[in-house]
Write a protein that binds this ligand. Sequence first.
Ligand code: NAI
Length: 327
Amino acid sequence: MKVVSFSCKPYDKQALIKVFDSQWDSHYLEVPLDLDSVEYAHGAQAITAFVNDRLDAAVLEKLAHYGVKFIALRCAGFNHVDLDCAKRLGIKVARVPAYSPYAVAEHTVGLMLALNRKLCRAYNRVREGNFALNGLLGFDMHGKTVGIVGAGKIGHLVANMLKAFGCRVLIYDVFECSFCAQMGFEQVDLETLWRESDIITLHCPLTPDTQYMINAQSIAQMKPGVMLINTGRGALMNTGDLINGLKSKKIGYLGLDVYENEGALFFEDHSSDIIQDDEFERLVSFHNVLVTGHQAYFTQEALEHIAQTTVDNVYEFIANKPLANAV
Ligand code: NAI
């Protein structure tokens, strides 16, 4: 069986090669999947793909034409897949529902602490022999109110970590969360969360309902100097409105691991290029903004789990078993 993996960096390949069946004709390609690269799938029954691979109708139709019957996503999110089209073409899709919620939760708290205590600035200063503390003033996490949008696997872990810091935790989810009540987290409506939180962090999926949930209107309801964190999906936040919020100082800190137009930038080395995305360049010009390139998931444990679940999904497809992780 031919299996082609797209957007497969050396670290992905290393993890996949350990678990993939040696009988398979496996191809590990660094190129992202798009209309140009899709022809590499010729003759494959299955492909594996990652977060920024293009899986819209145009690409899916080509995949079907080349004989692909199964897409194993090496990620949890599937907002980039045209599922109706895949179904119509008879292509099954499965994902890795959770690879390491700990990795993402820990990175989220890392962004909060780094922004609060200005760790990146401090690192640069000390390397230059500048030990002045001006501009490095932080605040105690203890006693602050943190609003968490999305009480799923990652949201719960972030809530627990912040509880350990002595924060008051507010939760908003579309479902009632019995675990939240047991743990003493307050489940509130979105308006209350925007209004009362010192720090707001997003852990819900990107859907038509959640797209741009952080926008001029929601920002206007927040506390002056609020800290916003997004390790969910870039388009949960409207970038133009974030920039205005930072310029007016309504937003005091912004930590992003995801960005709405990240597909053209993230996971590649653009250090010798002229970046054409003016909104992104404006964002990273603020001293109180910290951006990481979609690395919240990136731990050894998560890579191993992604590889193992991907291979399990492919085995289920080959054996014609019900797909445990179907989307
Ligand atoms: P999960 O499925 O366990 O939890 C998501 C929660 O969001 C659920 O409780 C759901 O009810 C809630 N939700 C759905 N619609 C909502 C809405 N309109 N408003 C508020 N809450 C809503 O997912 P998990 O594992 O906690 O992951 C959360 C998100 O984190 C994923 O959807 C993905 O986009 C992102 N992620 C980011 C990674 C990174 O490396 N930066 C890695 C893995 C996931």
